[in-house]
Design a protein around this ligand. Sequence first.
Ligand SMILES: *[C@@H]1O[C@H](CO)[C@@H](O)[C@H](O)[C@H]1NC(C)=O
Ligand SMILES: *[C@@H]1O[C@H](CO)[C@@H](O)[C@H](O)[C@H]1NC(C)=O
Length: 335
Amino acid sequence: MLLVVLVLLLPSVSDACGDPPRFETMRLRGAPKPRYGPGERVQYDCRLGFKPIIPLRPRSAVCEDDNTWSALEEACTRKSCPNLGDPVNGQVYFVNGSVLFGSQAHFVCNQGFYLIGARILYCEISENNVNWNDDSPICEKILCSTPGNIKNGRFTVYKDEYQYNEIVIYMCDPSNGPDEYSLVGESTLICVDYDRWSSDPPECKVVKCDYPVVEHGMILSGFRRKFYYKAQVVFKCNQGFYLHGSSTIVCNANSVWEPKLPTCTKVPVAVPTEPSTTHASGPRPNTTTVPSSTGLHPATTATSSHTAYVSPTVDLEPEYFEDFGIILVINNLAL
Ligand SMILES: *[C@@H]1O[C@H](CO)[C@@H](O)[C@H](O)[C@H]1NC(C)=O
Ligand SMILES: *[C@@H]1O[C@H](CO)[C@@H](O)[C@H](O)[C@H]1NC(C)=O
């Protein structure tokens, strides 16, 4: 029993100091020893990238009689990198608020200029001192070279070199065939960065969609002889027919109508299943998506005599209510 207690006490009664204290800014001079006895002294040096604080502070500690190290504070501080000025046509930002070892310098060029070199410099150890890891970058004027030529078209103004934000405008040539060229893409390109235009040049080509025919329907607007790029057509179903799909279609760059042509049928579009006697303006279930201007009700005009179609879901003009209010009341009473 006594033996066990003695063994447990052994480490604390050992006549030696523990490992010398560690510091952020200083390192032990020489190799650490396995044990330090009372009276032994350890010396510290500033770590790389650090220099002594002025006025000088003690940089050594002694193992005292009670086997603890004498008090010692950090005695070194970060070295500074040389100051950096703003580049011509740009700015430098010291994001850590200093040029001390470990800090960064970020460079930004003014609008219309682009950066050549390192965008970020680091204050690092260099030989026995600290320095920026690279030269400051420079800010060079943004210029664009001539944009690409296109088939069946041209652009103005033609130059060898363009300034930042300068534009060129493309247009299509008149065609020799029966159909004119359509310009597909952007007609205007802007010089936005070093040798970079805002987009690729457009294309000039014949884009022509087939004459759109919808059975039991008619073209409400957009009628013309030929349907070129971006031509838009709006359909309406004949009286008594319901429209399925989108009433508006557009001729796309591949000479295809988009979305596809609607159809007109005698069968109504799937109508919400809620009881038709309740509110017409309430939220509808998401079971069917009914594009705007498609027929929820047959293509009858408000003034037609088909009062049988009148139901609370029909959007009636105010005048219509005034004209037919009595009839509606009578109808409802009759039901
Ligand atoms: C300096 O600032 C950068 C960016 O905010 C950060 O990532 C980095 O850790 C900072 N360095 C020091 C030494 O504080
Ligand atoms: C119905 O559609 C709307 C809009 O598309 C959506 O915000 C809502 O969450 C949908 N409701 C259900 C029940 O799916």
